[in-house]
Design a protein. Structure first.
Length: 514
């Protein structure tokens, strides 16, 4: 937010006049040159002699007077420019009043995870996915609706799922949602006040990042993404609400994956995420056809995007080492700013009316626990913990060591400890975000990926030696693998050649409204 400058014009002018009087030897009580007019200002009262001085008078003119007149000239110019500057600043301040600081307010404080908020067209209600309802008959996400200012929550679905991404119909009577639930994965629609759900189409959505959908303002189309059945990557399509026919969206050859489609509020443009070989970008393209326009390139995974109410900006959530952050890009000049009020914020939604912003906020305390599978009646034991985050623990083949990723040193780095969590040792110091360790079969090496903080966090795969020697001291060495050993998965998981591992869920996640 721009700082508001306040200038005391009267005090500055008084100071300038006082210096002019000092230079002229003038007295405010008995003025000869500058007179004070109470509550009005100042005026020049010096006598002007129209007689032309002789040469001798010019030569004998007092140097002090010439100096004084020069000083008058300088200070007159100075005061004039200062007054102009003050007037400009004053007018600019008056014509551009600063908005009050944004004050986010919790919209949900339910147990578990509430996420993927979506405003109703009139901005009075929010649909969201909730995992943690004690009355639920499963352990997954269901769809709920809650009005702003009310504590009554309406449950719409009763099919616990891995994930749900909702989108309202333009008239607010229905909610479409993309469900991840094994064989039941697909796009559905349900009345916003409750009723039976209807499956519109089965989809291939293997991870959360491909699930966001958008309902066109004219009510005719639902934009969605899914994995292509004929080639590698995700592709965007338009689903006809009336006929349920699917029309493939023109593929951008620059992108390996295309997802997160969003209609602008005017219905004239579509934005989407492009994931390339070593980059992530957001594009916009006219629905009537045209060349995709690059809006912004960013460093790490995307957790949702949304158009502003006037369609002049895009708000998106970008993954950083500190967590997901909300940012806004101006479509005219591509300037990006961060919302400082948000922390660990994802899946933004903006109301068409009321200019409100809703997003999901994560609060987490992530540690690594162990449970005895042979004796499940025994309580779990916290093995690896700190005041920061620990993740993706992997036992070595012989079970003596654990490789894991942690932010205890700042960025995500690779660590190793004994099987009981003792003697933690930092293995990677790359000044990169590293993670997802996997042991070699002989237990001598650990493979992991790394995202650079520069150059758009280009993903690399590395191997680090983990053999302990010299009394438990760990000697490390690393080498870069071929690029194709690891592929960048956009959003919430990492795809590797031989495995796929989803990112961890935070302990708590709520919906917040600004």
């Amino acid at each position: 937010m721009a700082r508001r400058h306040v200038v005391d014009f009267d005090q500055a002018l008084n100071t300038a006049i006082a210096k002019i009087r000092t230079a002229l030897g003038d007295d405010a009580e008995n003025p000869r040159f500058v007179e004070t007019l109470p509550r009005r200002g100042y005026r020049f009262i010096g006598q002007v002699d129209g007689r032309v001085p002789s040469a001798s008078e010019k030569a004998n003119a007092a140097p002090s007077l010439r100096s004084s007149l020069r000083t008058i000239g300088i200070w007159t110019v100075t005061v004039s420019f200062f007054a102009l500057a003050v007037v400009l600043v004053y007018r600019r301040t008056r014509s551009e009043p600063q908005p009050p600081p944004l004050a986010p307010r919790p919209f949900t404080t339910l147990p578990g995870i509430e996420t993927a908020p979506a405003f109703s067209p009139d901005g009075s209600r929010i649909a969201f996915a909730w995992k943690g309802d004690t009355t639920s008959d499963g352990h997954g996400f269901d769809l709920y609706v809650k009005a702003i200012g009310s504590e009554t929550t309406l449950r719409l679905t009763r099919h616990p799922s891995e994930w749900l991404s909702p989108a309202w119909s333009p008239d607010g009577t229905e909610i479409a949602f993309h469900r991840m639930a094994g064989a039941d994965t697909g796009i559905y629609a349900i009345p916003s006040l409750g009723g039976p759900e209807k499956k519109l189409r089965s989809t291939r959505a293997p991870y959360v990042g491909v699930t966001p959908i958008s309902w066109s303002p004219d009510g005719k189309w639902i934009a969605f993404a899914e994995s292509s059945p004929t080639e590698f990557g995700d592709r965007i399509s338009l689903l006809s609400v009336e006929t349920l026919e699917v029309h493939a969206w023109p593929h951008n050859p620059r992108c390996r994956h295309e997802a997160t489609p969003k209609f602008s509020h005017s219905g004239r443009n579509l934005s989407y995420l492009c994931v390339g070989d070593r980059f992530l970008e957001i594009y916009t393209v006219p629905l009537a056809g045209g060349t995709p326009q690059l809006v912004v390139a960013f460093a790490d995974g995307l957790f949702g995007s949304e158009w502003s109410a006037d369609d002049t900006r895009l708000v998106f959530s970008q993954r950083t080492p500190e967590g997901a952050e909300l940012r806004e890009v101006d479509l005219a000049n591509h300037a990006v700013r961060q919302f400082l009020f948000s922390s660990s914020a994802s899946w933004p939604s903006i109301s068409l009316r009321g200019n409100r912003l809703a997003y999901s906020v994560a609060s987490e305390s992530v540690n690594i626990w162990r449970r005895d599978l042979l004796h499940p009646e025994l309580p779990a034991v916290k093995v690896i913990f700190s005041t920061r985050r620990q993740n993706n623990a992997q036992y070595s083949p012989d079970g003596r060591l654990i490789a894991f990723e942690s932010t205890r040193a700042g960025l995500w780095d690779l660590w190793m400890s004994n099987s009981d969590g003792t003697n933690p040792v930092q293995l990677s110091r790359l000044n990169l975000n590293t993670g997802h360790p996997r042991w070699s079969p002989d237990g001598q090496k650990v493979a992991f990926h790394a995202f650079s903080a520069a150059n758009l966090n280009q993903p690399d795969a590395s191997v680090i030696r983990s053999k302990a020697a010299n009394g438990g001291q760990v000697k490390t060495g690393q080498r870069r693998l071929a690029r194709d050993v690891i592929l960048l998965a956009h959003f919430l998981l990492v795809r590797q050649v031989r495995f796929r591992a989803p990112a961890p869920w935070p302990a708590f996640q709520d919906v917040t409204v600004v």
